[in-house]
Write a protein of this length. Structure first.
Length: 342
């Protein structure tokens, strides 16, 4: 006998909101502890944090407690309201991106028909928060950092969107679940043994997407907006305590979200090649499969971060406008032609 529990709309919405509120800081903790504290340390032949907990596993909790104890201060000439709202806007952008990421057949907060378009749109809201932080701080370094960040985010938003267009053309839908289904049920030149994970046919789009994500996150080698040798800490320079922690969560929570989106669009998301989409097992295995694929993509992003030196500002803009955007347009054209032919 099946027991069905019908919840009111407000109850469903509350539960979904709570799930997202828990997942974003949890994902941030996983990313920071795994890659920033340990993977980077071992890649550089050192141990990383070791004192707080077994093998330094509690270091993040110690850092979080430290942030919460710090006083929140603002410059005397700052616009206090805008200054305080800037990290909130950045964090809201991160939470909204998580709304459309599917982790199973029914494990999704909102299955929009234009899910990927929604994700790219709300991720751009962080640009407003960054500009707010740079302007309201009444600090020339913060203002320069904010302007740099805005110019960078606008430049790299274009190749990010264009990389997604190839996937949308091939899948024939902007729904995240629809893209997953298209990959699972697709074929590569008539062979459907493992479906059609778009990492095989859209490898150019995947490479462009990962590079653009790196720039969107303002991580090395695209960290000019917060270049400590030039701008101290850019638009974050005047922030302390919980407000700085919001920027921190926004960056790494978005890194995990974009990794999950890349895993969904190019690696089939929560699906496995030889397991049916409507199999009851996928309700349990789906989140685990998506997590594994997401961590793989995140490893690539952070490997890139730990390997390359910082670009100059002119090199950063040149790379986007002269190389990434033209290559992504060629990829879209090739995808459209192959879609018609095959």
């Amino acid at each position: 006998m099946t027991l069905a529990l019908e919840l009111a709309y407000w109850q469903q919405t509350t539960i979904k909101a709570l799930i997202v509120l828990v997942m974003v800081p949890t994902a941030t903790a996983i990313i920071v502890q795994t890659f920033l504290f340990k993977v980077m340390a071992h890649m550089q032949s050192r141990l990383g944090p070791m004192e707080a907990g077994p093998h330094g596993s509690m270091q993040l909790l110690a850092d979080g407690a430290k942030f919460l104890q710090k006083e929140i201060v603002a410059p005397a000439r700052a616009d206090k309201f805008v200054f305080g709202m800037a990290p909130v806007v950045v964090l809201i952008s991160t939470f909204l991106v998580w709304v459309i990421i599917p982790a199973g057949p029914n494990a999704i907060v909102a299955d929009f028909g234009v899910g990927i378009f929604f994700a790219l749109a709300v991720s751009s809201l962080s640009t407003i928060g960054v500009l707010m932080a740079g302007w309201a701080s009444a600090n020339k370094y913060a203002l320069i950092g904010g302007l740099r960040a805005a110019g960078q985010l606008i430049a790299y938003e274009l190749p990010l969107v264009l990389a997604v267009v190839g996937v949308v053309i091939q899948a024939g839908t902007m729904s995240m679940q629809g893209i997953i289904t298209a990959q699972h049920e697709g074929e590569i030149f008539g062979v459907g043994l493992i479906g059609n994970p778009y990492a095989l046919t859209q490898f150019v789009g995947l490479a462009i997407f990962l590079v653009a994500v790196q720039a969107e996150l303002t991580q090395t080698p695209f960290d000019m907006p917060v270049a400590e040798s030039e701008l101290v800490a850019g638009y974050q320079v005047e922030y302390s305590g919980l407000q700085f922690l919001f920027f921190y969560i926004g960056e790494f929570g978005t890194a995990f979200a974009f990794s999950a989106i890349a895993a969904t669009m190019f690696l089939g998301g929560w699906t496995l090649p030889f397991v049916e989409l409507d199999s009851g097992w996928m309700h349990l295995l789906g989140p685990v499969v998506l997590f594994a694929k997401t961590m793989f993509i995140a490893f690539l992003i952070f490997w890139f971060r730990f390997t390359y030196p910082r670009f100059r500002e002119d090199q950063l803009q040149t790379f986007a406008w002269k190389y990434l955007i033209p290559i992504s347009l060629v990829n879209i054209l090739a995808t459209a032609v192959l879609k018609v032919v095959f």
